[in-house]
Each structure stands twice: as C-alpha cells, then as structure tokens.
Design a protein around this ligand. Sequence first.
Ligand code: V47
Ligand code: SF4
Length: 378
Amino acid sequence: MLRTSSEILRPIREKVEAGERLSFDDGLTLYSDAAPLPEVGELANLVRERKNGDAGYYNINTHLNPTNVCVYRCTFCAFRADLRSAKGYLMDEEQVRARGQEAVDNGCTELHIVGGLHHQAKYEWYRGVISTLHESFPELHLKAWTPVEIDWFSRQTQKPIRWVLEDMIDAGVGSLPGGGAEIFHPEVRNKICEHKADSTRWFETHRNAHQLGLRSNCTMLYGHIEQAYHRIDHLIRLRDLQDETGGFQTFIPLAFHPDNTGLSHIKKPNALMDLRTMAVSRLMLDNIAHMKAYWIMLGIGTAQCALAYGADDIDGTVRHELIYHDAGAETPEILSVEQIRQLIEEAGREPVERDTLYHRVEREGNAWRTGEAIAAAK
Ligand code: V47
Ligand code: SF4
C-alpha cells in the first residue's frame, strides 16, 4: 500500500498505480519543491519493483579511453586535452591490446570504450581499436562510441551514419554507450557543447543503431545550467524514440561534476537532487527497462539509496575511469565483486551479475558464461 499522501501528487499517483503514462506537466510537478522527495521516491520504487523486482544488477567491466585529445571544448568536460599538451595521449595498438588482456585476466565481460575526437587520428585508427580488441578477445563485449564520435567518423569518412555503424559492427562493436546526450534542448546545448553532434544527429545515430539490431544506453547530464523543463523535455525525447524502436536498455542520469571544467563556479548537485532525478526519470521513462545508478558518479552511499528511488542497476566494477575523476569524483577507481555485491545487499536488494545485454552471468572465478535473458520489463 502506498503511503503517498500529498494532494499535489494524487493525480500522478493514480496514473502510476494504473500504469498510465505521465505528461510533461506531471514531470514538472515531480520536480517541484511542493512534491515531497520521499513520496516521489516511493512512486518510483513501485515502478522499479514492478519492472525489476528486487534485483540489483551489476557487471564486471573495464573502461578504455583510447585518447583524451579532443577538437571540441564542451564547457562541462575536464577529461579533454589539447593536442601536444602534457596531459594529452593517444594509445598505440599494444596499449589497447594490453587493456583488453587486463580485462580478460580480471574476468570482465565488457569493455566500455569512449574518448576524445583527436585532431590527427584517422578513422582507421578508431576502427583499429575495435578490430584489435575484437580479434584478440572475441569473448569481450565492446560497448563503444557515442553519437558524438559516430558523427565525427561520418565527417571524417564523408559517409552516412548508417555506413559508419555497419562498419563498426563489422569491426566488433556490440552496443553503444549512452554518452554525448548532455541536454538536448538547444537553449542549453548551444551553451555547453555548441559544436558537437546536435540532438538530431544523436537521435539519428541511436535510431540507426537500433534498426541495425544494436542495443544502446542513454544518459542525461544534469545539475549545471539547465532547468527542470529542459530535463523533462530531454526525457520525453528519449521516451519518444523508445516508442519507435525499443532499442534502449538503460537510462543513466549523470550528475555534473564541476572541478577543472569551464563551469567550475557551479556547485555539484546534492544527493537530494540526485535521488529526485533518478526517481523522476524512472517515472517518466515508462518504456525503458533499466535505470542505472552509476556509483562512480553518485558516490557509493547515494547509489545505494538510489536502489530505492527507481534504480535497479549500479553499473560495474569499473577500472581506469577518467572522465569523472578528472572532474573531481572522490569515489574509488574500482570496486571488487565482493564490495559491489555487498553494497547491493546492504541496500536490501539481490545482487545479480549481468552482461552488457542483460543476460544473467553464471561465473566461477574468472570463467563465465551467460544464461537466460533477464525478462525485459514492460
Ligand atoms: O557524455 C563528461 C558526461 C558522459 C562530465 O552507457 C560528465 O553504460 C558529469 O556516458 N560531470 C560519458 N558528467 C559517460 C557516460 C556513461 C557512463 C557510465 C555508463 C555509461 C553506459 C555511459 O559523461 C559524457 C558526459 O555526458 N560527462 N564530463 C562532468 N564533468
Ligand atoms: Fe570532447 Fe567529449 Fe569532452 Fe566534449 S565531452 S570536450 S566531445 S571529450
């Protein structure tokens, strides 16, 4: 029985209980101060348990950022480096292969691969990162490249997005990560990342990927210059594409980290905002099966709480994370499997190891195989 009692939330509660879709205005109400956070969380938890029961999903993965040199200058980014700067790097084939070997040696099922748009690295170099890894370690799932990179490859090769995606699938890409979404609304996007792929290109990439049979994730970067209506607009755009293709697996709200960025005067969002954004996202995105509380970015305590505010997944063990640590994240760079399972159990959920495509993983040490697909929740 729901305890939600605020008058302002009554119509929303009725819709959630009946499994009906929430409107743009409902989204704004959920973000308003008049909507008590515990009640918003309780509604989100109802949806979370309806879709995913008590499961707390995690995976065993490694990050690879093959270069941090980038032609763009997104104001929120602390990761990028200038060409020929002391911070800038570009990995060679041996370094890329070593990262794959390390992943296999540690029982990983997935490599998460994103990076900068290097001024001088050719398309063949980016393709080579994927083909080297896929040929050497075919068992590793390569979740690689955001629409920002795919758009860059399309400019480099003068070929359509669909061609780039097909060529990357041929090289070994298994799915797309959720990055590069930021905030779609041009009032914000034009101020924080005006030159990179716009929302039309972002959606074109995911639409094409889904049509080609790839699954993908999606994200939203919040807690900087955007307002609630930009966030709700963002969520509804994602919901619309999902109605069309059904290809998104997971949504990941990403809390802005200000250190070393062009927006360092802005304060990092607090845990209340983090939990509200998770809950509102769970309630608005009624057609996306999973919500990820990325522990690296939220911090472990908030990620644990988020498992009762709509989230059913806390991402992976992670290794070699740079994007958030460059921007001031104080979380560890890696968690062991025991630690990650313990933090899920402490939050009262059942730890379930999954692969990138949400199949259960059966594991003995570093040896693993995938079991049945985790029923895609309605
Ligand atoms: O696109 C960059 C964001 C994203 C900052 O698909 C920042 O499973 C906060 O998309 N503060 C990349 N956010 C990370 C990402 C991701 C992470 C984990 C899992 C998955 C997945 C995807 O990080 C970027 C941008 O939106 N970002 N800088 C910053 N200072
Ligand atoms: Fe480059 Fe990506 Fe950073 Fe933007 S967010 S500056 S595209 S690395």
